[in-house]
Structure formats: C-alpha cells, structure tokens
Design a protein around this ligand. Sequence first.
Ligand SMILES: [Zn+2]
Length: 470
Amino acid sequence: MKPPRLAFLLALSVTRISAQPAPDPIIAVRAPVVVLTHARVIDGLGHAPLENQTVILSGGKIESIGADLKIPDGATVRDLTGKSVLPGLVMVHEHLFYSSLAGGPFHVNEMEFSFPRLYLAAGVTSARTTGSMEPYTDLEMKARIESGTSFGPKLHLTAPYFDGAGTGIPQLHAVASPAAATRMVNYWADEGFTSIKVYVNLPADIMAATITAAHARGLQVTGHIGKVSYREAAGLGIDNLEHGFMAMSDLIPGRKPGDPSNALNTYRSLEALDPDTPEINGLIALLISQHVTLTSTLAIFETFTPGRRVASKAELDTLAPPLRESYLTRWAAINLQNSKTSRDAFARDMQLEARFFRAGGLLVAGTDPTGYGGCLAGYGNWRAIELLVEAGLTPLEAIEVATHNGAKLLKIDAQTGSLEAGKAADLIIVNGDPSRNISDLRKAEIVFKDGVGYDSQKLFESVKGLVGIQ
Ligand SMILES: [Zn+2]
C-alpha cells in the first residue's frame, strides 16, 4: 500500500498528464477541411432529404452544401454513399446525474465522466441540463468540454432546482420565500447558469418572483410543476414546461389553486380525459399564444409504463452491476403491477403532445435520465425521438423537434440545430436513413462538433459499466 499522501500526489500528476490535449482514438476526424461526398442530407428543418450531396466543413463551420461542389485541394474526403448526415441533436431535458437507488430516499450521483461521453456518442452536440445537483461539477465539465480536455456536448446549464417546502428529495433545496428566490436567481446567474428550473412543490408567489428575477437577468425559466397548474404558470410568464402533459394538474377534478402536487392524480386525470373536451384544447391554445415551449420526455415515462421495452443489452452493459440489478428489479415490479392508469396516461400524453405540435406549438425533446434508471444519456436520446414517431410525428418532424426546435428554444438556432451553410459543423453521420426509419439514428458512426469528428462506438465503449458510479 502506498501512503495516502503519495497516492494523492500521484492522482494529481495523472490529472495533469490527462489535461494535455493528446491525440485520442475517440477523435476520428480532425482536419482543416473535411468533405463529405454522396451524402443524404437531412437538414433538421423538416424538408425532404436531398440525395447525393457534397458537404464541405471548414474551420469548424459548414462552408457549403450542394450537388456539384468542387472538392478543395488537400481536403480530407469521406464517401458517404448509402449514409445520411443530419444536424447534431439539441436536446433540452438532460442531466449530468443518474438515479442511484439503494433502497433509501431518491438519490442521484453525478455522472460527469460517463454522461457527457454518452450524449456525444449518440449525436447530442448541444444539451440543456434542466436541473443541477452538483452545480460546480456541471460548471467545471462545461469549461473542460469547451477547452477540449473532456468529451461532451456544448452545455447550456440550468441551476439547482427551485423546489418548495415538502420536497421529498434530500438533495433538493426548498426555496423559502420570494426574496430568497430572487437572491438565488442572481447568485446562480453570476456563477454562469443560463436557465432556472422550478419544481413540483414551489408555490405560485415564489415561482412568480423566480420568473421575474430570471427574466431580469436574461435567463429562461422552465418547470416540472405540480402545485402550480400549467395555466397558472403560463400566466406567470414561464418560458417552458417539462414532461409534456404528464405534470399538468389543471384537469384534476376538484383541484383548487395551491393544492399540493400529486402526480398520481394527474395521471388519473389524463386516464379519464375526454380528448375532445374544450378544456384541453383551450389549454393548448393558451400555451401556444403565451409562447410556452413544451418539452417531450417520453423515454423516461416509458420506463414507468407496463408492457414496454426493457433496456437493451448495450444499455445494461453500460450500467454498473448494482444499478443494472436495481433497474431490472423495478422494471419487473412495474410490469407485474401492470397499472392501467400508467398505460393510459402515457398514451394520452403522446396524443396531446402530437396535438400541441400540430397546433403550432414549439415542441422540444429531452431524455430526463432519472426515475429508477433505464433511461440513459445517449441511448435515451434516441429512444425519446423514436417515441415521438410512435406519438404520430413523421421521422422528419421528430428530427426537427430534436434539433432545430431545441436550438430555437435555446436561442442558438443562428449557430446550430440545422444543416445550413455558415452554421457550426455539428452533425451526425448515420449508416442508414432515419428519414424513413427513425431507429437508424442508432447507426451513428461519427459525430461532428464544431468540425471535429468523434467516433460514436469508441465513446460508448469508453464508459461501459460506469453509469451509476462516475
Ligand atoms: Zn429532469
């Protein structure tokens, strides 16, 4: 055994060595000019794919896309015959933590090593974190990714949750008053966070102060709410609501403003909902008229729904063994219990999300890798998009939701989220055609971020067995 002090110094020196930018086999393409030939281009804007295109990447940007482009001398050329390129994903209910359950109260561990790699592996080039548990680790990872010393997507960080009294999660902080909310918004804004998330137990007066303070600092506010209804939150000026309609307390029979959050009663109200009732269509119209963006997180809700998929072998292999066991045990219990309410609420939410989208609402997508596990960074992003297609969107629409729409919400659509000349070279090479079969997203080969190409498979392999630990 080494004395502890020596081990500490050794750890420090290892950190220094790995901080040097060294060639890494995960980096598949790094060249001043990269040309992709014979590509099927899916632009992320919903247009029909263009076949046999040439895409020129230069200086980290998309220089041009066209059918008959001259290949610059000295360019690195990749023939994409039979393959597709689409924008890097911009997904907006992500986290850098994962539920690590051992029988006690709900608990998460920060996944600062595995999750950024998994996101990038699946093609996520921009991610909003939508609620922080270790804010300074999140800030540090954003800095490391930006400096090129860690692999991961461009991060748009959400501050620690703003929950109210009665929170059942020891890692969350209950904001005590409107004044406290204002103070905390300003604190986290100063630290570098660009959005705030209000949570299920936050009452309306503190939510109002949070939104006012955030908007004064140019920060957006999103919410996984419950004590406050969707209609009330829209009236307070919230920018974004999470989880589709699965957190909507508006239609709980007999509900009065300020009643405690109750997820089961929300699911029951969805189960009982007549989808043609004027109340739901009125709410959808209100959200759209107030420019409230809705985040679809179907992949996490699927894990709570009986009769649905179990995690794939690749996902199970990515989990640390104790997390694999707790996931499979809980998955089996949910399927044995076979709750009709869970099944019906999930189906109703899919229907309403599609309706919101068809009515012209800004629908965006995220994974929310929480719950009891089973919805992982990376793999879960693909699943979230597949489920949008099951909900009734076309593959091209689902891709638009997970790329351009996310960029619109984050107000980065002038820089990324679609394949257009002048935008960042954030794109995914897929060995297939996700415009026809959305699951071809799973055939991602190389993910470009700012013009550097990362090997998807090697990124996935680099974190095998680590989710739940690091
Ligand atoms: Zn979340």
